[in-house]
Design a protein around this ligand. Sequence first.
Ligand SMILES: [Zn+2]
Ligand SMILES: [Zn+2]
Length: 289
Amino acid sequence: MPRLVLPARGRLFAARAERLRTLAASDALGGYLELAAAIAEAQHAAIGRLETPVRDAARLAVAPEERRPPLSPRDLKRGPEWHTALAVIVAGVASVSTFPPAVAAVCERLTVTSADALDAFADRLLAADGRDADPAAAPFVIAALQAYWTALAASLAPEDVTIVPQPSHCPVCGTLPVASIVRSAAPYAGYRYLHCGLCASEWHRVRVECTQCGAIKGIAYQSVAGGPAAVRAETCDTCRAYRKIFYQEHDPAVEPLADDLASVALDLLLAEAGFHRASTNPLLWQPSG
Ligand SMILES: [Zn+2]
Ligand SMILES: [Zn+2]
């Protein structure tokens, strides 16, 4: 059983866009999911145009000894390629004429923002710093960073990554996972993987264990009455956090980021029950203070 699954840059965003379109057709948040689908489709175009970004070879060389993730945003000097990715994503979304005027306004705002200001914005988002955040623009910037980091992660070999057993953060880039998925196809069948919100790497984590604090007691599974069987939230009585967990055996098409975005009803239910999200969805920016 592979403990780490590096992203497939040729398929990831196209599959996510397709899943978001499917979910948009039957969801109250359909409009937002359509926008997210357009962003994912533009990410697919962006990553196709992205030369494999230059890896920090020295960083990779020292990471195993330090037991630090090789592509940590704190350590890695971001290359200018991410600006190219952002331009492709903004142009892709701006070309969709059916979105409300506010979407065109965000695209326009991002087009005229200086490279330095965009880099400062990216630094704040990567540090989960919500100060002065532009919530409407944040998903576009995160989307460009995802394309860049996914290209970087896809260029790694599994031996470039030191796997710490049961980590709560991505072993490739150190970011928190968005959600987890229980895969149904060999060689992953029945195993649960956490999905990174930045580089889209997936790593194994045993089931029925809090992905935030590691507790193995007081874990429960919640779902919306009458909702899809493939979508649940794994709650923890110890830290009162939850992450969603998706089951391919009930729906082979589930995609962690897309299905998380499309199951806001479950988030509302859990908030009422006194649980908090362990991490946010990258395409739904919520200022943290
Ligand atoms: Zn990652
Ligand atoms: Zn916990």
